[in-house]
Structure formats: C-alpha cells, structure tokens
Design a protein around this ligand. Sequence first.
Ligand SMILES: NC(=O)c1ccc[n+]([C@@H]2O[C@H](COP(=O)([O-])OP(=O)(O)OC[C@H]3O[C@@H](n4cnc5c(N)ncnc54)[C@H](OP(=O)(O)O)[C@@H]3O)[C@@H](O)[C@H]2O)c1
Length: 271
Amino acid sequence: MTFLITGATGSVGRHVVDELVRAGAPVRALTRDPAAADLPEGAQIVRGDLTRPETLAPALRGVTGVHLIDVGGPGYAPLPNGREIVELIRRAGVRKVTLLSGWATGTLEAAVTESDLDWTYVQPTEFMVNALAWAPSVRARGVVEEPFGATKTAMVHEADIGAVIATVLTGDGHTGHSYGLTGLELLDMPAKVRILAEAIGRDLTYTELSAGEMRERHRAQGVPEELIAFQIEAFDVPDGAYQVSGTVEAVTGRPPRTFAQWAAEHAEAFL
Ligand SMILES: NC(=O)c1ccc[n+]([C@@H]2O[C@H](COP(=O)([O-])OP(=O)(O)OC[C@H]3O[C@@H](n4cnc5c(N)ncnc54)[C@H](OP(=O)(O)O)[C@@H]3O)[C@@H](O)[C@H]2O)c1
C-alpha cells in the first residue's frame, strides 16, 4: 500500500503527506525539486514533473493510490497532458485516484473522470491559507485590503482538505464522488479580519478595494489575466452564493477546523 502524492510540497499536499505518514502508510512525495522539499521524515521524496510524464513512470512503480493536482507550471496553468498522465497511471496498475480541483477545467479532470479508475474528485472552496497574502500589509500597516467585502465564504482549512484526501485514499466507499469541501462558517471580509485581529492580538483595519484596484495589483505581481478574471468572478457574487457543506465531517468523522484556529496557528506570519 504505497501512495504517490503530487503537489506534495503545496499547501494541501503537505497535509495529505502528514496524514498518511501519521497513519503509518508508505508515502511517496513528488516534487520537481527534492532538495527544496521540506517534508516529514517518513515520506520518500521522488523527483517528477507532471508536465513531463516520462518522469512519472518510476514514481508510479508499486503504487496503490495516487493523489493528483490539476495544475503545473507558472500561474497555476492547467495541465495540458491529462490523458497521457491517466494512461501512465493505468499502465502502472494503479486503481485509486484522488484529484484536487484546479481553478480552470484542465485536461486531467476530464481524463480522470472519464476513465475506469476508482476516482474521487475533491473540490474545496477558498483555502484559509489564501489569507497569508494579507501578511505584508498587516505587518507593515495593520491593514487588510481586498475587494468584495460583503461576500460571505466558508473558507476551508488546508489540513481538512488533506484529511479528506488521505481518508479517501486509505478507505472505501468514495469512488465516483465529487466532494465539495468548505469550512464551518460563512464569513464576510470584516468578520475574517476581526478573527485574525483577535488571534494576533492587534487592531486591524479592513479597507475595501475596487475590483479594478485588485486587478492592477495582481497584474503587477504577474498573475495571468484568466486567473485574475476567475478570482473576480468567484467573489463578485450575490448574497447567499456560497453555502456550508458537511462533507469534511461526513468523510473524516471530524468537524472542520475554524478560521480562528487557522489564524492562531499562523499568527507569527502576521507579526
Ligand atoms: N487557493 C484556493 O482557494 C483554491 C481553492 C480551490 C482549489 N484550488 C486549487 O488548488 C491547487 C493548488 O494547490 P496548493 O495550494 O496546495 O498548491 P501550492 O501550495 O501553490 O503548491 C503548488 C504545488 O504544485 C506542485 N507543482 C506545480 N507544478 C508542478 C509540476 N509541473 N509537476 C509537479 N508538481 C508541480 C508544486 O510542487 P513542486 O514545486 O515541489 O514541484 C507544489 O507542491 C490549484 O489547482 C488551485 O486551483 C485552490
């Protein structure tokens, strides 16, 4: 029972690795740069690149289940070679696959869901870790600047996403399911900022940006236009667009972590 985790150094993948290592399962963690990978000792680190499938064949040898990400390359570009990756997985005799949804429908999603593999599609809402983008302005000026302040989202903790994926990989009864994952609470921007302020013990101000201001900032950081448009679309929604789902608890048996818990765990980054 060896599991291959792609995106293992990422904000979700490292939790999948942690969960499996804690459970005593053999884990192979894929990265393009093993020297830079900071992963638990129990994980076997293997070099591989999803955009170069020939690098995946050795990593897939003897594997029972694979966790896949749908992106590879700068700007979270959707993978262009989904069919090739799925063919390699099938040829290696692997049956079970989890797939983390990307921001755009890539070729891997179609290839996995149309295949005869035992797949489970994991579709989280906004990750709590996105809040780390606020750290520079919080540290410098005590300010969080974001558009769409009234939009309520039920951010999900990356560790809960990792726990769902690890549970699916090691358990039964999840084949063919698409799991929409959220946290416990719908929060607007002022509420998120209040929770963060309490966790770090510092007064913070929320300043609402216009969508245009956000677009300019992201452009200056080199974020691709399509990704900026997606980010705006995801937040420029009517009241009630997002709901809380009970899937984290239904799959793992544990309620999702709160944003207050995430903020306490990451307080140092904001101080
Ligand atoms: N942020 C959100 O709110 C949100 C919500 C829903 C879904 N998502 C989706 O979640 C995914 C991002 O996950 P994340 O936040 O865990 O990622 P992340 O922290 O940004 O890390 C990216 C991971 O992708 C790996 N990677 C990138 N290109 C690769 C390639 N060519 N071959 C192999 N590995 C490659 C990196 O591995 P190495 O650098 O070590 O090779 C790294 O582990 C995206 O698909 C995004 O659309 C995000």
